[in-house]
Design a protein around this ligand. Sequence first.
Ligand code: ATP
Length: 224
Amino acid sequence: MNQEMKIPQATAKRLPLYYRFLKNLHSSGKQRVSSKELSEAVKVDSATIRRDFSYFGALGKKGYGYNVDYLLTFFRKTLDQDEVTKVILIGVGNLGTAFLHYNFLKNNNTKIEMAFDADPKKAGTTIGDVPIFSMDELEDRVAASDIEVAILTVPAGPAQTITDRLVPMKIKGILNFTPARLNVPDQIRIHHIDLAVELQSLIYFLRHYGTEDVEPSQLGEGIE
Ligand code: ATP
């Protein structure tokens, strides 16, 4: 396997999906898996799976499929899942609160370490073991930690101002759940998840295509 090889971004985004499924297979004692089985489980077409896997040298054998242990070792290394990655959350409203209750550790090694909110009634409280601090403490708390990722669940209005505060800090990645399109310098990576848009898009696809297969390019290849 060539560790130096660059994996395409669309492939990299599917890795956690594959990883989760393979871990379940492994714990149920399965040694091998076919691209067809994988395809049905993770809802990615098997041609895409074969191409994805070929990037890291996993060449499935006809009639055998892929070796589960080999794939798991690769994913563990690539996704750096041996260590818990800590993240912060900003905006403890309805969505933020749901995330604080959600156990990310169950399926992958990420953990919301602390949360921040402008509401003085929320600062100083704890939700699902996660302490909530006032926005005044943002810079100091993050500087004292080794956290590089932030989840943004504030309203769209203050999203850019908050992002501008995150830029000079050590934050390298932002998972943006606000509808706002954020401007950041090149060294910061933003993934944007607009739940309302995703829901609308699902409804659009259902109306126009029903449940029939769509081109692989529409199943994630085009996602930025
Ligand atoms: P809630 O019912 O708790 O208000 P919500 O999801 O409807 O939840 P939103 O208006 O979307 O509320 O705000 C989400 C959270 O973001 C709230 O807890 C709010 O206090 C917080 N918030 C709003 N503005 C800021 C800001 N500038 N900085 C940090 N947090 C903020």
